[in-house]
Design a protein around this ligand. Structure first.
Ligand code: FES
Length: 243
């Protein structure tokens, strides 16, 4: 056996029966996306460090459930991802995310471009199932170009990581724990308008839902021309990466 074949054997796992080659240091999610295999995810974004918050990426290996985005790939792992049981768990998590915030799709300008909504479609979610929390959380319209609606925040932490790791600004943070967890702005006033967030920052453009929105752009894309009108989330996700 040549060196190349040996290396491939040492760095290969399977996902739903398919052989997947990985590089040392990659997570199961990294390896899957590199092999163009979609594992559902909301808080993961290729190119940003993972946070393991949303648990949508749950997969099964060796009889255990693990989060694919924070679990290292290892040779010989046999991973099951696309099973009815795992997709049922993902659907329940998605339903809980819907009721925990105010996700009223017909009245939200993110509709059609929203990953939570697209995930609901992908998982065949037809109703929220749980009672709505109807939270009343602080809105922040103090920034000239960006609007913050915390009642739609799913605490994925993507804006926090994007601002810190890519924009180098550290504009956002998550404060509190459990049911008290909420998105805060790192300024003395706590207002977005006092931060140095720019319209073009990754943190201003990475929100998967309608929590961080650009002003003066609501409903600019007609129905039929929005991201997930054209392609489902499992296809769009395979092309995403931090620019
Ligand atoms: Fe892995 Fe959110 S994508 S926990």
């Amino acid at each position: 056996m040549g060196y190349h074949a040996m290396a491939i054997n040492q760095n290969t796992l399977t996902i739903d029966g398919k052989d997947v080659y990985f590089e040392q240091g990659q997570t199961i999610m990294d390896a899957a996306l590199a092999a163009k295999i979609y594992i559902p995810h909301l808080c993961h974004y290729p190119g940003l460090p993972p946070s393991g918050n949303c648990r949508l990426c749950v997969v099964e290996t060796n009889g255990k459930s693990v989060a694919a985005c924070i679990t290292q790939a290892q040779a010989g792992l046999r991973i099951h991802s696309n099973t009815p049981e795992l997709n049922a768990v993902r659907k329940t998590i998605t339903q809980m995310l819907f009721v925990e915030g105010n996700h009223i799709c017909p009245a939200c300008e993110k509709s059609g471009n929203c990953k939570l909504q697209a995930m609901g479609y992908y998982l065949g979610m037809h109703e929220e199932h749980f009672h709505h929390f109807n939270p009343r959380r602080a809105l922040d319209a103090s920034h000239p170009a960006i609007f913050l609606d915390r009642s739609r925040c799913i605490l994925c932490d993507l804006c926090v990581r994007a601002s810190r790791e890519v924009d180098g600004k550290n504009v956002f943070a998550i404060a509190g724990r459990g049911a008290d967890a909420h998105l805060i702005v790192n300024t003395d006033s706590g207002k977005l308008g006092d931060s140095n967030l720019d319209r073009d920052d990754l943190a201003a453009n990475i929100c998967p839902v309608g929590a961080i929105m650009h002003k003066q752009r609501g409903y600019v894309s007609p129905i039929g021309q929005r991201i997930y009108d054209q392609q489902p989330i499992n296809e769009i996700a395979l092309g995403e990466h931090v620019p």
